[in-house]
Design a protein around this ligand. Structure first.
Ligand code: KIV
Ligand code: ZN
Length: 538
């Protein structure tokens, strides 16, 4: 049975602007081009390629939160995961497919029958489903990894597209490592998979090897050499190994591609994928050159970036384009002078266009529940009355210690106070003593239900001592794989936000904790990670 999407929803020939562009390329010599801005589809793969990063490990609730934000951002396609990879991934893709309305929800599969079946099963209840199948087509992938002849690979590609098509109208095919493939073979595979029913052809630069002029040329060559290319949407998927993913994607757009695959904050394998925020703002800012636009609600970009950074535990570097904390900061006197006189002297984008706004309300110990609820809602947290009460109690404690409570403090409070998983253990109190002449010791009280369990331990430092005391209480043996701390805001009175990664049996669990006392924040983060482990969720 063919599921869901009406034929016209993505690929009505009238809705295929890249075809206009490809035919523009063909006609350019004969006639003067009529410039029509082309819509560029944004295919987000944060939850699939982005999540493949070691240590990113998102649980199902976190993936759903990101999917909701991607829908707010108005991406065209969400690649929700690779259902065959684990039961957890399968369930997460199915629940995103059932709940999220608006974007197309896509499931990835290798060109293997069992994978395609599982992908189809995961998205069967989706309003707008898509299956994405891929197989390596460069000589090095075919002989070095797949150990298959080009003819065998061609057969696998065609039969997988046909199988996917029998379950779902929208089928994307990716000839993996296309940027290093022999062009003639690549054209043949593309032609055959379109014939088999693919509606989107995605050209991956899997290892980040291409350079912009060459990649753009590859896209126009595909336009010229694949006779049935006009039946599909042409997409690109670039990796950033040489720092050229954004440039390659935009060069491809200039050459006729009408879909970019990308991730929030450029998360992804190795050096990552094309960053969504970079290509979207590149297209918006240089629409004069690219003759293109996207449907992205750019004011949601900052929220998406912060959410993904917070949930994956990967900080955004300050100098990261668009979303780094310095991306709109001007420090040189000349620049400051220019911006104050006329913003556009040194700013090519308006910070408000990416969702950067100075809060007009400053929260202090005198602020009430209403102001707190209002600000939290602006930050994307819709809390119940009971949750607001808990967050408010905690807010007052922080506000007593600090003069002003900033957005980052609020985020830390909410994340800390309202964990998304059941709390088997809850930190009741912590007492530490340490100093240059003492052996650091910690006494910890953890609540388990109504019971208060207390233990003391010594260690190499106060955090080590606290963790050893917690280990004694919980009785679980875990490996501390990573520990990091940063100030949630500026100033000496800033809250410390701690992130830990613990490992158990090859699984990684992320824990977070925040407090104006960094030892307490460290203990909370560790307990949070252990609770996730005990609950069996990442
Ligand atoms: O990088 C790649 O080639 C991929 C494919 C699955 C599209 O991620
Ligand atoms: Zn990839």
């Amino acid at each position: 049975m063919v599921m869901g999407l009406k034929a016209d929803s993505l690929n009505d020939p009238g809705d295929l602007p890249h075809l206009k562009n490809l035919s523009n390329i063909r006609d350019r010599e004969d006639q003067e081009e009529v410039k029509m801005p082309r819509k560029i589809f944004i295919f987000d793969t944060t939850l699939r390629d982005g999540e493949q990063v070691p240590g990113a490990s998102l649980n199902a609730a976190e993936k759903m939160e990101i999917a909701r934000q991607l829908a707010k951002l108005k991406v065209d396609v969400i690649e929700a995961g690779n259902p065959i990879s684990s039961l957890e991934d399968f369930e997460s893709v199915s629940s995103i497919a059932q709940e999220i309305k608006g974007p197309v929800i896509c499931a990835l599969a290798r060109c293997v029958a069992a994978d395609v079946d599982r992908a189809g099963e995961a998205i069967k209840d989706c309003e707008k489903p898509m299956i994405h199948v891929y197989i390596g087509v460069s000589d090095i992938h075919m002989s070095g990894q797949l150990r298959k002849t080009p003819e065998q690979v061609m057969k696998m590609a065609v039969s997988s597209v046909q199988q996917a098509k029998s379950m779902c109208h929208e089928v994307e095919f990716s000839p993996m490592d296309a940027a290093r493939a022999r062009p003639d073979y690549l054209y043949e595979v593309i032609e055959a998979t379109i014939e088999a029913g693919a509606t989107v052809i995605n050209i991956p630069d899997t290892v980040g090897y291409a350079v912009p002029e060459q990649f753009g040329q590859l896209i126009s060559d595909i336009g010229q050499n694949v006779p049935n290319i006009s039946k599909v949407r042409l997409s690109v998927h670039c990796h950033d190994d040489l720092g050229m993913a954004t440039s390659n994607s935009l060069a491809a757009v200039k050459a006729g591609a009408t879909q970019i695959e990308c991730t929030i904050n450029g998360m992804g394998e190795r050096a990552g994928n094309t960053a969504l925020e970079e290509v979207v703002m590149g297209i918006k800012t240089r629409s004069d050159y690219l003759d293109a636009y996207t449907d992205i609600k750019t004011q949601e970009v900052m929220n998406a970036s912060r959410l993904v950074s917070r949930l994956t535990g990967f900080p955004v570097p300050p100098n990261k384009p668009i979303v780094g904390s310095n991306a709109f900061a001007h420090s040189s006197g000349v620049h400051q002078d220019g911006v104050l006189k006329e913003r556009t002297t040194f700013e090519i984008m308006n910070p408000e266009d990416v969702g950067l706004q100075e809060s007009e309300i400053i929260l202090t110990a005198r602020s009430g529940r209403h102001a707190l609820r209002h600000r939290l809602s602006e930050l994307g947290y819709e809390l119940s009355d009971e949750q607001i009460n808990r967050a408010y109690e905690r807010f007052l404690k922080v506000a007593d210690k600090k003069k002003e409570v900033f957005d980052e403090d609020l985020t830390a409070i909410v994340e800390d106070e309202l964990p998304s998983i059941p709390q088997t253990y809850y930190l009741d109190y912590i007492q530490v003593s340490s100093g240059t002449r003492f052996v650091p010791t910690a006494t910890i009280g953890l609540r388990k239900g109504d019971e208060l369990i207390q233990e003391a331990a010594y260690g190499d430092g106060p955090v080590d001592a606290a963790y050893k005391a917690i280990d004694k209480i919980t009785g679980v043996k875990v490996e501390l794989a990573d520990y990091s701390i940063h100030a949630a805001t500026k100033g000496k009175d800033a809250m410390g936000a701690v992130l830990v990664r613990i490992r158990d049996n090859g699984h990684t669990f992320i824990g977070r904790g925040a407090s104006t006392d960094i030892i307490e924040a460290s203990a909370k983060a560790y307990v949070n990670a252990i609770n996730k482990m005990l609950h069996g969720t990442k």
